[in-house]
Design a protein around this ligand. Sequence first.
Ligand code: F3S
Length: 393
Amino acid sequence: MELDRSDDEILSGEYGETRRVMLEILIALGKIYDAERLIPVSSVQVSGASYKTIGDAGLEWLEGLDARAVVPAFLNPIGMPREQWSEMGIDATFAEKQEEILNAYQRLGIRLTCTCTPYYHQIVQYGDHLAWSESSAVAYANSVIGARTNREGGPSALASALIGKTPEYGLHIMKNRLPDLIITLDDPAAAKDWGPAEYGALGYVAGKEVGNRVPFFRGLRPNRDRLKALGAAMAATGAVALFHVEDITPEARVPFFKTSFPVDEKETIEIAVSDVNAVFSEIEVNAVAVGCPHLSEDELRTVADLLSGKKVKKPFFVFVSEEMMNEHRDLITMIDRSGAHVYADTCMVVSPATDTLGSVMTNSGKAFSYLPAMCGVVPRLGTIEDCVRVATE
Ligand code: F3S
């Protein structure tokens, strides 16, 4: 692998043992995937931030590191809101450990913005190379923005934050970003009025078919929030890190893709609208949770408007980034008045608070997929309108 002079200096230990080990991680990864060189990244998102997922072993490893991030780096959601953890039912021992993890990341120069939607809080542009790790953020960055990132593991993302580079392989290379197959619906007109929940259900079904390939959707016109829901769910039931939507997503519109991708020669999978509808159910639930991925401003406004003048009769959790919460205090107040809880920094999947709820309704195809395995709860998928209705009736 081609290394430059600064890489050699880091490998010689001139910049400390942590940087040397981190560069070794990136080089080892690059060798596995036949990368020819390391390339600079403009942004990093580090997963492995919840004490629920990394435990004491992860905390000990982080505390042993000694270096500072050299590019802007964000954290994935952690296991609790930093402010209202006791209100959410988190015990003090967990909170103490989670604080220690945050302190360790802060010492490494990682920004304590704990979100799976860093793209709302940092300018990320078409063609930027990133090292992001949360699967829905990776799908959004690649597909909706046209930036380039592989799905990094926690250690490799942290290594990129401390070195400022990533091995050039996978989705950093244009030819690997071309679609592998086409996806259509048997009744495209049915999707005309679909919101994020229906796109999440489509992603839930499509991800199982697609696996880790790059799908190209035809006949759909989703906006950004719907693309976010589609990608998050496909990344959960499959391993989709990039998808294209004809005439909508940026790379589906650039000449290189139009001329290099013989659309009509590709395998086509037709998804039945009835299979998408079948993901929705009517089961009784104990609680409702929305904000997977963390809500956009429009989504937060929708939740606030729907809850306006109502009182929730079941626990209703709303997850956002801290920045979104601070920028839209008026909407948070509207939601608070209904009795629902808005929490930043965490989510229904990475927080242990969900594990005791038994059954949870959500409008997210990704959460619908992860809640049983990660939290042991029975999930129900519904639209945001249905979520509010079930919580308030
Ligand atoms: Fe984000 Fe948690 Fe969902 S990290 S994508 S809200 S599972």
